[in-house]
Design a binder for this molecule. Sequence first.
Ligand SMILES: Cc1cc2nc3c(=O)[nH]c(=O)nc-3n(C[C@H](O)[C@H](O)[C@H](O)COP(=O)(O)O)c2cc1C
Length: 367
Amino acid sequence: MPNPVLFTPHRVAGLELANRIVIAPMCQYSAQNGCMTDWHLIHLGQLALSGAGLLTIEATAVSPEGRITYADVGLYDDATEAAMARTLEGIRRYSDIPIAIQLAHAGRKASTEKPWLGGKQIAPGQENGWQTEAPSAVPFVAEYVPPSALDPEGLIRIRDDFVASAKRAANIGIDAVQLHAAHGYLLHQFLSPLSNQRKDEYGGSLENRMRFPLEVFDAVRSAFPAGGPVSMRVSATDWVEGGLAVSDVVAFAKELEARGCDAIHVSSGGLDAKQSIPVGPNYQVPLARAIKNAVNIPVVAVGLITEPAQAEAIVATGDADLVAIARAALYDPRWPWHAAAALGGQVWAPSQYLRSQPSQYKNLFRT
Ligand SMILES: Cc1cc2nc3c(=O)[nH]c(=O)nc-3n(C[C@H](O)[C@H](O)[C@H](O)COP(=O)(O)O)c2cc1C
């Protein structure tokens, strides 16, 4: 296939991506007191050689209480900033891949055990546990200790935490910020009527439920350097009757676009344990298409996109501008190389690896 769209460049605000492949954010639960460790240098280092157009750093907490687990990465003080700067310095020495960071607060889904140790809530007062905060005192599952409902001062504190983290990200040379409003974490908890039962101006109507995520967006947008993309990751549906629906998220995306948001990354689910998700290849692509039809900013599709021809079809038909891969990139960190070989595209490779180019793929590598 000559000139695959997947390997054409794409501009997101002031950032030029070499191709349409994004490495999605993936928590590693391998930090110490919020600080990145050598694991992150190995993990992000290998993905920085993947040839993707953009590498997204995992959900990074804007405060210690915003972490999903005690082993999450944070960017909330000088120590966490220094640890991330050290990781980035190592990566930047050998790769100029654009790097985004996903800034997050887990809200009522914070204070849990690492997934491979069961992932359940750790109650406040127990080792590695703390009291969670959320729009309303409604727990994620009935047996969990309920979160505290945030008061107006709490909202300002968390908004300012997002801003401070975004400034730290800019300080250490991160190219783009993605705000996490998906998968049932704090900003999504405000959007969904299932988790947001507030009676003030932050709850009730869709306009009210969007208010806090939009305030956070506005504040981060004005704090992050002009031209540096600020995007939003959304869950386009809760997959639960009475929950957030795609029409709500289309309205949210339009409002974000009007306020200067640079891209929308379309995922789904994660808010309610009753969700029923029709998982399969491309299962979230129709959601990306629905948002793409409503906005003019770049839209990213994600979710079981594992084959080069599948990814090419998504961008070539215009269902989305970019595709993100997560598990496929862990399984095969050079997925973009293999996709370029399969489709007839070109990818960047480091000089040290140029001799690996298989003889049947002429001009696969761009140095
Ligand atoms: C190990 C792992 C960690 C993840 N961590 C995050 C995260 O930090 N933030 C996020 O928004 N999604 C996270 N996700 C979801 C992925 O970004 C992605 O949306 C999901 O895995 C579906 O894409 P895939 O089918 O290509 O894996 C994670 C997924 C995996 C497998």
